[in-house]
Design a protein around this ligand. Structure first.
Ligand SMILES: Nc1nc2c(c(=O)[nH]1)N[C@H]1C(S)=C(S)[C@@H](COP(=O)(O)OP(=O)(O)OC[C@H]3O[C@@H](n4cnc5c(N)ncnc54)[C@H](O)[C@@H]3O)O[C@H]1N2
Ligand code: MOO
Length: 639
C-alpha cells in the first residue's frame, strides 16, 4: 500500500490482525511485557508469568472443623440414645473451630451433641467415626501441588489461595503501559468550554479508561494539532514510553488526516482500513518497536477499535487469554440492512418477550456514542451477510446480565417522551426494572406486537374514516376477539413546531401551503404523519402543495432538531419536543397515545411495575409538567 495514498482499503479483520502481527514481529516489538515479582496483596488483575506452586499445606495441621470436644473415636463405640457413653474429664478436650486437634485425639463432637455432666464429664448419645469434624492436613492445598498455571489472570480468590499456600510473592507480567495521543485542531481538553466548531476530548477519557479496565496503566498525552511533524514527534515520544500507542483521529481521507502517513514515516504501516463498521479507517502499525493503533475519531469507532484491535493485543502482551463476553441468541425486532463486504457492529437493546430474547437495533451512526451507552448487546453482521429480516435469529454478545434482560419491558412503536420518563421512574423505583423503547412508528409497533417482538406497542393511529384512535387498527390487525388489550397512556397536544418567536406567524395547517414554508415530515407509518394527512385531506389540501412533504424524520425530537438548526420552518410534533429545543409550538389537535399489548400479558409480573407507575399521582404530575400532556385517562383500559 502506498503510504501517500489518501484512500483506505478494506482488509478483512482476520487478515488485518495477521498483517499487524507480522509487522510487529518485523519491527522487533516484544511478544510480551516483562515479568516482575509483586507482593500477593498487589497481584489481583495481573497475569501469572510462572506457575504458582504451593509452598506449604493448608491447613498446615489437623484442625477441628467445629466448636465442641475432641475425642478418641474408639471410646464412643456403642453409644446410643438409650445407652450413652460417659467420658471422664481427661478423656476429651474442649476445642473451637480451627484449633489444632490435640495430640491423642482423632475426632470432634459438636457442642450441641454433648451433654456435660455435673462432675465435669461428657455424655455422648451417638458413636462418632474417626476424623469426624476434623479438617485433615492438606485438605485444601498440599505442599508442592500446582496451584495456578502460567497465564492466569489473578482474581481475589486466587491471591487468597496463594497466600494460604505460602506464596506471598508472585511472578506476574507487569501492567502494559498504554499512551493515548489525541490529535486535531478542533479538540479541546475536558473542562475547557468548547467554542463553536470545537470538540471536547472525550475519546482520550474513554480509551484510557478502557485500557485501565483491561488491566493496563494508561496515560493521556497532550492534544496535538493537525501538523504531521508535531504528530510524528508526539508519536515517537509516546512509543518510547509505551507498550501500545493509541493515536486518535486523522485516520481517514480528509485534508488534515495524517495518521497513516505519520506511522509510515516514523515506522511501519501495516494496515490502513479494515472491513469493519464502525472503525473502518483504522491504522495499524509499529513505531520504534512499539505497536500503534490509529484510532478513528468518531467515538463509537474509537470504542470498538479498542475492543477489536487493542484489547486482544494487550491480553497477548500479558500472556493471557483475551476477555470474552458471554453471548446469547436473540430474535431481531426489526429489519437490519447491512452492506456486504464489511463486518457491521450493531448495538442492540435486549428484552425477553415470552420465550424469546428480542434484540432491537440502536442508531448505527459512528458518532452516536449513546448507542453504546444504551446497548445491552453487540451484534455483528458478518461481511458476507446482507443484513437480516425482522424476526430472524441472531447471535448477540452480552453487555448486561441476562437477569436484568429478563425483567426488561420492551416497548416498540411510536415514540413518546412519557415512555422515557417512565423508563427513568421505573429504574429509580427498582434498579432491576428497565423499559426499553424503540421507535418504528405506530404501525411498525403493532406489527412487532403481532410478531411477538415486543410487550407493548405505543400507538396513536387515527382512523380517518371514523375519527377514532387505535381500536379500528387493532381490530383490523388482530381481529375484534379480545386477544389484545389497549391501555391509555396519555393525551397529548400535536402541533406545529416552529422557531422561537414563530417568525413566519404560522397559525395552523393551512399556513403550510406554499413554497415559503419549509416543512419537515415524519416517516410513513408514523401516527403524526397519518394525523397530518388527515388534517390536510379534511381541508381538501393536496400534500404536494407542502414544500418538504417528502422530507422525513423518524422522531419528534429529530423534527424539532431540524427546526432548531434552521433546516426547516415547521414540522408536526408534540409540544415536549418543541420545549426540549427551546422552540415555539402552535397547537393543532389533541390525540390519545395508547399502549397495545397481548391481553394475557396485562397481568404478567414483567409489566406490573408499569401499571403501578401509571397509577402514581406523582408520576402523572411529572408528565403534565412536561407540557402538552393530559393524564385524565392515564392507565384506563379501553379493551
Ligand atoms: N472521504 C472519506 N471521509 C471519511 C471516511 C472515508 O473513508 N473517506 N471515513 C469516515 C469514517 S468511517 C470515519 S470513522 C471517520 C474517521 O475520522 P478520522 O479518524 O479521520 O478523525 P477526524 O476526521 O479527525 O474526526 C472524526 C470525528 O471525530 C471527532 N474526534 C476526533 N478526536 C476526538 C476526540 N479525542 N474526542 C472526541 N471526538 C473526537 C472529530 O472532531 C470528528 O467529529 O472519517 C469518516 N470520513
Ligand atoms: O468506519 Mo467509520 O468508523 O463507520 O464511522
Amino acid at each position: 500500500m502506498s503510504a501517500a495514498s489518501p484512500f483506505v482499503s478494506d482488509v478483512p479483520v482476520a487478515q488485518a490482525h495477521e498483517a499487524w502481527r507480522a509487522a510487529r514481529v518485523a519491527a522487533g516489538c516484544p511478544a510480551a511485557v516483562d515479568a516482575v515479582v509483586v507482593p500477593v496483596a498487589e497481584a489481583v488483575g495481573r497475569v501469572t508469568a510462572e506457575p504458582v506452586w504451593a509452598l506449604r499445606s493448608s491447613p498446615a495441621f489437623d484442625a477441628s472443623a467445629m466448636d465442641g470436644i475432641a475425642v478418641r473415636a474408639e471410646r464412643t463405640v456403642g453409644a446410643t440414645e438409650t445407652r450413652p457413653v460417659l467420658l471422664a474429664p481427661d478423656e476429651f478436650e474442649v476445642v473451637d473451630t480451627g484449633d489444632p486437634l490435640p495430640v491423642g485425639f482423632d475426632a470432634v463432637v459438636m457442642r450441641e451433641h454433648v451433654h456435660r455432666t455435673a462432675d465435669g464429664g461428657a455424655e455422648l448419645r451417638a458413636a462418632v467415626p474417626p476424623y469426624q469434624h476434623v479438617r485433615s492436613i492438606g485438605e485444601d492445598i498440599s505442599a508442592t501441588e500446582l496451584l495456578l498455571p502460567e497465564g492466569h489472570r489473578l482474581r481475589p480468590v486466587d491471591v487468597a489461595a496463594c497466600a494460604a499456600a505460602g506464596a506471598l510473592e508472585l511472578v506476574v507480567r507487569r501492567a502494559p503501559v498504554v499512551v493515548v495521543v489525541p490529535t486535531g485542531d478542533e479538540i479541546r481538553p475536558l473542562g475547557v468550554e468548547p467554542r463553536p466548531g470545537e470538540i471536547p476530548d472525550t475519546n482520550s477519557l474513554m480509551l484510557a479508561a478502557q485500557a485501565r479496565e483491561a488491566g493496563c496503566s494508561a496515560r493521556v498525552a497532550e492534544i496535538v494539532p493537525d501538523d504531521p511533524e508535531r504528530i510524528t514527534e508526539a508519536l515517537v515520544a509516546a512509543a518510547a514510553a509505551a507498550d501500545l500507542v493509541l493515536l486518535i483521529a486523522g485516520s481517514s481521507a480528509g485534508r488534515d488526516d495524517y495518521t497513516a502517513r505519520v506511522v509510515a514515516g516514523a515506522g511501519t504501516l501495516a494496515v490502513h482500513g479494515v472491513a469493519v463498521r464502525p472503525g473502518h479507517p483504522v491504522v495499524l502499525g509499529a513505531v520504534a518497536g512499539t505497536p500503534v493503533v490509529g484510532v478513528p475519531g468518531y467515538p463509537v469507532s474509537a470504542a470498538l477499535t479498542f475492543d477489536i484491535f487493542a484489547a486482544p493485543l494487550l491480553a497477548e502482551l500479558e500472556g493471557a487469554a483475551p476477555r470474552e463476553r458471554p453471548s446469547t441468541t436473540a430474535w431481531l425486532a426489526r429489519k437490519l440492512p447491512s452492506a456486504i463486504g464489511t463486518d457491521d457492529w450493531v448495538r442492540v437493546r435486549l428484552g425477553r418477550v415470552r420465550d424469546r430474547v428480542v434484540a432491537t437495533p440502536l442508531p448505527r451512526g459512528a458518532g452516536v456514542l449513546t448507542s453504546l451507552v444504551r446497548a445491552d448487546g453487540l451484534l455483528v453482521v458478518p461481511s458476507g451477510v446482507e443484513g437480516h429480516h425482522a424476526g430472524e435469529r441472531v447471535p448477540v454478545e452480552l453487555l448486561r446480565g441476562l437477569g436484568e434482560i429478563e425483567r426488561t419491558i420492551v416497548a416498540t412503536g411510536s415514540h413518546d417522551l412519557v415512555l422515557d420518563l417512565a423508563a427513568s421512574a421505573l429504574r429509580a423505583t427498582d434498579p432491576l426494572t428497565t423499559l426499553v423503547s424503540s421507535n418504528v412508528g405506530s404501525l411498525g409497533g403493532l406489527a412487532a406486537l403481532r410478531d411477538g417482538l415486543c410487550h407493548v406497542a405505543g400507538s396513536h393511529l387515527l382512523d380517518p374514516a371514523t375519527g377514532a384512535y387505535t381500536l379500528p387498527y387493532v381490530d383490523r390487525l388482530f381481529g375484534p376477539d379480545g386477544t389484545v388489550a389497549v391501555i391509555r397512556l396519555v393525551h397529548r397536544d400535536q402541533g406545529l413546531i416552529v422557531a422561537k418567536g414563530n417568525p413566519l406567524g404560522l397559525t395552523g395547517i393551512t399556513d403550510l401551503v406554499g413554497s415559503e414554508v419549509r416543512y419537515v415530515n415524519r416517516q410513513r407509518g408514523a401516527g403524526t404523519r397519518v394525523l397530518l394527512d388527515h388534517e390536510l385531506s379534511r381541508r381538501g389540501i393536496d400534500p404536494a402543495r407542502l414544500t418538504g412533504y417528502t422530507r422525513e424524520e423518524h422522531t419528534h425530537l429529530a423534527v424539532a432538531a431540524a427546526v432548531a438548526a434552521g433546516r426547516a420552518d415547521a414540522g408536526l410534533g408534540i409540544q415536549a419536543a418543541a420545549t426540549a429545543f427551546g422552540l415555539d409550538f402552535v397547537p393543532v389537535a389533541q390525540e390519545p397515545y395508547d399502549l397495545v399489548l397481548r391481553a394475557e400479558d396485562v397481568d404478567s409480573p414483567q409489566l406490573h411495575p408499569l401499571w403501578t407507575l401509571l397509577d402514581r399521582a406523582e408520576f402523572r404530575e411529572r408528565v403534565e409538567e412536561l407540557g402538552g400532556y393530559s393524564c385524565a385517562e392515564t392507565g384506563k383500559r379501553l379493551r
